[in-house]
Design a binder for this molecule. Structure first.
Ligand code: ZN
Length: 213
């Protein structure tokens, strides 16, 4: 391990041992009352590689998200498109929620590009969509209703194009399967062969999704 992970051990009334990573430097083991310290030690050792991997992932995520400043810049396709202060006169003097409101409004003016991309991919795949609407959510990037309405989180404007496409293919595939069963993923894969990799990449943009504008 290239950095120290502190492990806190708690014994409680439970049946199995679990190990959870709290953050990049801290983990917790919950063990049944009857389990010996030796056994706990072995358990932690067997999870060492997993811990190191997950911890590294957390650190990478943090450093990646820190390369973005969502109040300083307008991002399109994962890149700085312009300075946030260009959005409105006196922008930098406004309180944060007023700035966020203006940014949201600006991003929504760009929503038609996302809509166009969705229409284009619908035509290419033959998977139908009637209406495309912007979605305000800190939980999901998109959704698709049985009335063939697709809602796309407008924050998708900020992420790279390949990730926008993955979400659109995903939502379009819901026109055939309204679930996430294997047939559904097979259809996603047909149009988006590297979807697994893209899903991981999109996870890096979780901080965008979770930002409230
Ligand atoms: Zn889905």
């Amino acid at each position: 391990m290239n950095h120290e992970i502190k492990i806190k051990i708690t014994k409680e009334k439970r049946k199995t041992m679990v190990l959870k990573l709290v953050d990049a430097e801290n983990a917790i083991v919950k063990a049944p009352l009857s389990v010996s310290d030796k056994r706990i030690g072995e358990f932690v050792k067997s999870k060492e590689q997993w811990l190191a991997k997950m911890s590294k992932r957390m650190i990478d995520y943090k450093s990646f998200s820190q390369t973005f400043d969502l109040l300083k810049n307008v991002y399109v396709d994962g890149l700085v498109a312009m300075k946030a202060e260009e959005v409105a006169i006196g922008f930098s003097k406004l309180p944060e929620d007023a700035q966020k409101k203006l940014l949201r409004k600006h991003y929504l003016t760009l929503f038609s590009s996302l809509e166009n991309l969705a229409r284009e991919l619908s035509e290419k795949t033959g998977l139908p969509v009637k209406e495309i609407k912007p979605l305000d959510s800190v939980r999901v990037w998109g959704c698709y209703s049985n009335k063939k309405q697709m809602k796309l989180n407008w924050k998708l404007i900020l992420v790279p194009k390949e990730l926008k496409e993955y979400i659109i293919y995903h939502e379009l595939s819901h026109s055939v399967y309204m679930n996430h069963k294997p047939q559904f993923w097979a259809l996603v894969e047909k149009w988006c062969p590297n979807y697994k990799e893209l899903k991981k990449k999109l996870n890096q943009y979780d901080f965008v999704l979770k930002t409230t504008f």
